[in-house]
Design a protein around this ligand. Structure first.
Ligand code: AMP
Ligand code: TRP
Length: 328
């Protein structure tokens, strides 16, 4: 069975972009793939979150993954820092990736432009991400469009390591969903939807239905009052069409044919999104009352992950000329 790996940062509430761009695909893969999913708390450290918040957000992210339908009997679900191999292989990845390659990463440019303090970890973030992926002999990495560049770099790193030291890693491919790959901000449809959940442009997965409906009602469109799909000339309307299409399993073009006005399009999109979110909210509330269960799932997941990761790390260490950690 092909292996799928993906990760998500524990950085506060999840939004509709995470759900449509990534998490829904993760759920689909677990039926016919060997799926490994990870809450990447070490990546979150790159921006020095408050410790108590990081801890809470890590558990909340795990609860969210279980709520959207990740099934711990089918998939391996764990927290990155629980498997020490990630940080260790990341060093080897840092020694394989070029400074110039890291400097070209657009996510680094965006994030460093917005931060007062730019950690070295923020710069080497893609090396840790490559470590995450390569440790599990991953074939496929389902992510949203914004991660394309990181996965391409991961492939380059794997190929370079394999050339330098002999066949060590499986070279992975990314998979980006057709609909939902880029959910845009409802107020600024030129920007992708992102974490700040207080914003009127972001829809949280756990947001109350009334608030979701209000945000869609106020979504920015344009003044030519025609419904058709063209993300370049009609970003706001196209974003609504994309969301409704993704929520209902259709294409944005065919959805556009059903509407002549913006009002009904907004109302139907809000309704479809609320329908998608309501069972997730319910499961999340149930799970939140049982933190012991989440901890048990994560501990079992980390044990399973460690077995695979340790074998890959040993192969990489050995091929690169590091001596065995303990006598065989
Ligand atoms: P992040 O929240 O940045 O950790 O991203 C977690 C996953 O959600 C990644 O696979 C991203 O590509 C995906 N993602 C984040 N924001 C969006 C968005 N606005 N539209 C589609 N996918 C997204
Ligand atoms: N960098 C990814 C993001 O911001 C999260 C991530 C970390 C990831 N490690 C990964 C995604 C490995 C896919 C595979 O969304």
């Amino acid at each position: 069975m092909a292996r799928v790996f993906s990760g998500i940062q524990p950085s506060g509430g999840m939004h509709l972009g995470n759900l449509l761009g990534a998490l829904r695909n993760w759920v689909a893969y677990q039926h016919d793939h060997d799926a490994v999913y990870c809450v990447v708390d070490l990546h979150a450290l790159t921006t020095a979150p408050d410790p108590a918040e990081l801890r809470d957000n890590t558990m909340a992210a795990a609860a969210m993954l279980l709520s959207v339908g990740i099934d711990s009997d089918r998939s391996t679900l764990f927290v990155q820092s629980s498997v020490g191999e990630h940080a260790e292989l990341a060093w080897m990845m840092e020694c394989t990736v070029g400074f110039g390659e890291l400097r070209r990463m657009t996510q680094f440019k965006d994030k460093s432009d917005r931060s007062e303090f730019v950690s070295a970890g923020l710069f080497t973030y893609p090396a840790l991400q490559a470590s995450d992926i390569l440790l599990y002999d991953t074939d496929l990495v389902p992510v949203g469009d914004d991660q394309r560049q990181h996965i391409e770099l991961c492939r380059d790193i794997a190929e370079r390591f394999n050339r330098r030291y002999g066949e060590t890693f499986v070279v992975p491919a990314h998979v980006i969903p057709e609909a939902g790959a880029r959910v845009m901000d409802l107020q600024n449809p030129g920007d992708k939807m992102s974490k700040s959940l207080e914003s009127a442009g972001t829809v949280g997965v756990l947001e109350e239905p009334d608030s979701v409906t209000r945000k869609f009602k106020r979504a920015v469109t344009d003044s030519d009052n025609e419904v058709h799909y063209n993300p370049d000339t009609k970003p706001g309307v196209s974003n609504l069409l994309g969301i409704l299409a993704s929520a209902t399993g259709r294409t944005p073009e065919s959805v556009a044919d059903d509407y002549a006005q913006y009002g009904p399009l907004k109302a139907d999109t809000a309704e479809a999104v609320n329908e998608l979110l309501s069972p997730i909210r319910e499961r999340y509330a149930e799970l939140s009352s049982d933190p012991g269960e989440i901890a048990r799932v994560l501990a079992a997941g980390a044990d399973k992950a460690r077995t695979v990761a340790a074998a890959t790390l040993n192969r990489a260490r050995d091929n690169a000329g590091l001596i065995p950690r303990s006598p065989a």
